[in-house]
Design a protein around this ligand. Structure first.
Ligand code: ADE
Ligand code: ZN
Length: 340
């Protein structure tokens, strides 16, 4: 690939808007299993690495939740934030919105919300001490397979933790098939009343009908994945008009069989339809491409121009939930380093 483009992708300050902190690396899975003395189907670090092996969204979620069952203490949650911060610095990511799903990943095992949030808060404190220039915010994902009443109760509990960590949005994840977004409409309405931004996983494994269903029942500010909007021209028009950003995750979609190769990933049609998109890693320990890796692979596969790559990078700053306070850093870097 063009060395100038590679330099932009690797060295330009970046933001990432779709990243699940719950999906821990095999190294953390191994470390937490040892530290917490839990019986798990792994005996070595090699086993932990080999454990991440799946074909479908259901298989992936089951494996991810098993690894997550090694996470127990405040110390573990703090280590997860530090791992995230180290990775940001390695990739020149200056801003990341980090998702966590308390209900699916922790609550059902009796890990308290206090433990999770205190651990995240401690991790943030340590990360800020080690690194000056990183900004991490949190998105509380609702488990779409839980009842809407339980999710409303969860949101009511969550708000008191807004002082502890920068909690900016409510999202929604887990199995999309059989769990349409509209079932969570009341929970999202409550989240909006509390002033949270709204996002949610739709149009990942379900087609455009899943996105229509969400947009008709929930005032989403962004859509996670949403890639299958590409199958419906009417929907593409609406997304472009309303400037609802899709947080695309190409490596994730290919790993989970939404597309059978990088060539099939519909980035060109989405961008040509003027739909706002940005690139993300989703669960990098499982999908093996971080944000930089996803951007490089997409730019290479589709022979993206410099301005297309810059558009993808800038969109993550323009459409983030904290306002575009970091955009000037990116533009300053581009002014200095790119001769246009
Ligand atoms: N949780 C973590 N990654 C996810 C994905 N790709 N889809 C739904 N839920 C998830
Ligand atoms: Zn996701």
């Amino acid at each position: 690939m063009d060395s100038n483009l590679k330099k932009i992708i690797t060295e330009c300050p970046k933001a990432e808007l779709h990243y699940h902190i719950d999906c821990i690396s095999p190294e953390l899975f191994w470390k937490f299993s040892q530290r917490n003395g839990i019986e798990l189907p792994i005996k070595t670090l090699r086993d932990a690495i080999d454990f991440y092996n799946f074909q479908t969204l259901d298989e992936f979620l089951t494996i991810m939740l098993t690894a997550i069952s090694s996470i127990q203490t405040e110390n573990d949650f703090s280590d997860m934030v530090m791992d995230c911060a180290n990775d940001m610095v390695t990739q020149n990511i200056i801003y990341r919105e980090v998702m966590f799903d308390y209900t699916a990943c922790y609550g059902h095992r009796g890990v308290s919300l206090n433990t999770v949030i205190n651990g995240f808060a401690e991790g943030l404190k340590l990360a800020k001490k080690r690194y000056e220039n990183i900004d991490i915010r949190f998105i509380a994902n609702l488990d779409r397979t839980a009842s809407v009443i339980d999710n409303c109760n969860y949101i009511n509990k969550l708000i008191k933790f807004r002082e502890e960590i920068p909690l900016i949005a409510v999202g929604m994840d887990m199995q999309e098939i059989g769990h349409p977004a509209h079932k969570q409409a009341d929970a999202f309405a409550l989240a909006k009343e509390y002033g949270f931004k709204l996002t949610g996983h739709v149009g990942e494994v379900v087609g455009p009908e899943g996105i229509w269903d969400a947009l008709q029942s929930i005032p989403l500010d962004r859509i996670d994945h949403g890639v299958r909007a590409v199958e419906d021209d009417e929907l593409l028009k609406l997304l472009a008009e309303k400037q609802i950003l899709l947080t695309l995750c190409p490596a994730s979609n290919i790993s989970l069989g939404v597309y059978s190769s990088w060539w099939e990933f519909p980035i060109k049609k989405l961008m040509n339809s003027k739909v706002k998109v940005c690139i993300n890693s989703d669960d990098p320990p499982c999908f093996h491409y971080d944000l930089t890796g996803n951007l490089i692979k997409i730019a290479e596969t589709f022979d993206l121009s410099t301005s297309e790559v810059i558009e993808l990078i800038r969109n993550s700053f323009i459409f983030n939930f904290a306002g575009n306070e970091h955009l000037s850093n990116v533009d300053a870097w581009l002014d200095k380093n790119i001769a246009i």
